[in-house]
Design a protein around this ligand. Structure first.
Ligand SMILES: N[C@@H](CCC(=O)N[C@@H](CS)C(=O)NCC(=O)O)C(=O)O
Length: 264
């Protein structure tokens, strides 16, 4: 049995869940309370020393890092294939995945964390919440969370995050001129890894970031959402009442996002 340690708002977990669904694999979910920082408890660090979700466990062995988990699933369950046969296309697919991990993911964190994670930590006494942030394993993430905790969407990270999102959207618009999916004509791991970052925009009512001027990206995301994998892996966790609540939270940030888009 495959076990996945996950959280519904985690894009990294969503990408693994899309791959699991595309491959029609059975799995059991274990919810990790990220706002409560359960991911930093010793039992979880023993599975994932970086203290982040997702972690996949199969045959009692953990596999960590979402893109590595996606490739692991592809190696272990090759059908239906989510990697192109052609070596150059595979390289392009991996370049997208690497860019997502290195750039889009931290940018999504800078936009999403202040909106959905910050409030719970702010409820704690100052010393306690600072102690929780001090435990975050990786230094760049720890320092980012400290700034976002203090300043929310006014943190300096937010401007760069909006610019990174914009650059991805522009690059995707160009790539999608060559086919229906970001790497040619077949749906690949690159699409699985990009899609969840658009859920973040959708749920906060920030879709104008791509809808206004990027028709191919808009159509691509419509095609992604029409896939049963996206429905079960992502959309089902966002029923109307949750979307309404997230939309309300996102509304407060929309003006700040617009300002950064207008003055990059
Ligand atoms: N490079 C990691 C990043 C994982 C990651 O950042 N996970 C987030 C949720 S999407 C997390 O667990 N955050 C917990 C925290 O920051 O305390 C991966 O791709 O798996």
């Amino acid at each position: 049995m495959i076990v996945l340690y996950t959280h519904p708002m985690s894009p990294c977990s969503q990408k693994v869940r899309i791959v699991l669904a595309e491959k029609h694999l059975e799995w059991e979910g274990r919810f990790v309370d990220l706002p409560g920082k359960e991911n930093l408890e010793p039992w979880y660090l023993a599975l994932n020393p970086l203290g982040v979700v997702p972690t996949l466990v199969e045959d009692d062995k953990p596999v960590i890092e979402s893109s590595i988990i996606c490739e692991y699933l592809e190696d272990r369950y090759p059908e239906p294939a989510l990697r192109p046969a052609d070596a150059h296309e595979r390289a392009r697919m991996r370049f997208w995945m690497k860019q997502v991990d290195n750039k889009l993911h931290p940018s999504c964190g800078a936009l999403q964390w202040p909106v959905v994670m910050r409030d719970k930590l702010l409820e704690l006494p100052e010393a306690e919440r600072n102690a929780k942030i001090d435990q975050v394993v990786e230094k760049p993430r720890r320092e980012r969370q400290r700034r976002l905790l203090e300043m929310g969407l006014d943190a300096p990270d937010v401007k760069g995050a909006v610019a990174t999102y914009h650059k991805f959207i522009v690059d995707m618009e160009a790539a999608l001129g060559e086919g229906d999916w970001v790497v040619g004509d077949s749906f690949t791991l690159a699409d699985c890894c990009l899609a969840p970052y658009f859920q973040t925009l959708l749920q906060f009512g920030w879709s104008e970031m791509y809808e206004k001027a990027h028709p191919r990206v808009t159509d691509w995301y419509r095609r992604v959402r029409a896939r049963p994998s996206y429905q079960s892996a992502v959309a089902d966790d966002f029923p109307d009442h949750i979307l309404e609540e997230l939309g309300r939270k996102g509304e407060e940030g929309l003006e700040k996002i617009r300002r950064h888009l207008a003055a990059p």
